[in-house]
Design a binder for this molecule. Structure first.
Ligand SMILES: Cc1cc2nc3c(=O)[nH]c(=O)nc-3n(C[C@H](O)[C@H](O)[C@H](O)COP(=O)(O)O)c2cc1C
Length: 214
């Protein structure tokens, strides 16, 4: 595939105006601004984000998930306690998130520590899911060997009956987490490769942005 890959263009989106001299002091304000812009520009599923974790030996893995919330403390997501990512985070809370919004040539990178948000927040997140996605989570056994797709569908159908019969049922393994950043990067790509990077770091509770070479 080498030839094909090298011939494919990259950074083909339409970069909006971005003045790094005008960024807000709070990176969450910039995130909200970029997120709204991405959504309005038609970025498909702008809330899909890659989460990177590593196990106790530092072996990394990453996967896509959906962002559930953003607030002054960080970026929330939810998963199953039996998943690989939850196992990683239980022994090594260091985590990173990457958003890639291709149509606007923007990347946002978040690095920090992931914290479990507790049983109450986890139950609330689970109950806010649609009955179909509650059943999908209830019917699976993450990471275990599966005999057939049919077996999975049957398990999900049975789980749907349980959810419909008991709408307050909460999957005990459901977990809400939040990545609390120590570093955020806003990367505005440019077709001429003069990419603009603004990196926010925090000192004594105060964020400050730094324009950074690409
Ligand atoms: C668009 C998209 C959204 C997803 N959302 C979630 C999610 O919110 N939570 C989750 O645990 N997995 C989600 N997944 C599945 C994960 O990518 C992954 O396959 C699964 O969580 C198991 O990963 P792990 O074994 O590394 O923990 C999503 C996948 C895609 C492609």
């Amino acid at each position: 595939m080498r030839h094909e890959l090298r011939s494919l263009p990259a950074l083909t989106g339409h970069a909006p105006e971005f003045d790094p001299g005008e960024v807000p002091s709070d990176p969450y304000d910039l995130f909200a601004d970029w997120f709204a812009h991405a959504r309005d520009a038609g970025v498909p599923e702008p809330h899909a984000v890659t989460l990177a974790t590593a196990d106790a030996d530092g072996r990394p893995s990453s996967r896509v998930l959906v962002l559930k919330d953003v607030g002054p403390d960080g970026f929330a997501f939810a998963t199953d306690a039996r998943s690989g990512k939850a196992a990683d985070l239980a022994v090594n809370p260091q985590a990173a998130l990457t958003f890639w919004w291709q149509p606007v040539v923007r990347q946002v990178r978040v690095e920090g520590v992931a914290r479990y948000l507790g049983d109450e927040a986890s139950a609330a997140d689970y109950l806010a899911r649609s009955p179909a996605s509650r059943a999908a989570a209830l019917g699976v056994r993450p990471g275990e060997r599966l005999g057939s797709v049919r077996q999975m569908r049957d398990a999900m159908s049975a789980a749907r009956e349980r959810v419909d019969a008991d709408p307050g049922l909460v999957l005990r393994e459901w977990q809400a987490w939040r990545v609390e950043p120590r570093r955020l990067e806003f990367w505005q790509g440019s077709r001429d490769r003069a990419h603009v990077r603004v990196v926010y770091t925090r000192t004594a509770g105060t964020w400050s942005p730094t324009l950074t070479w690409p």
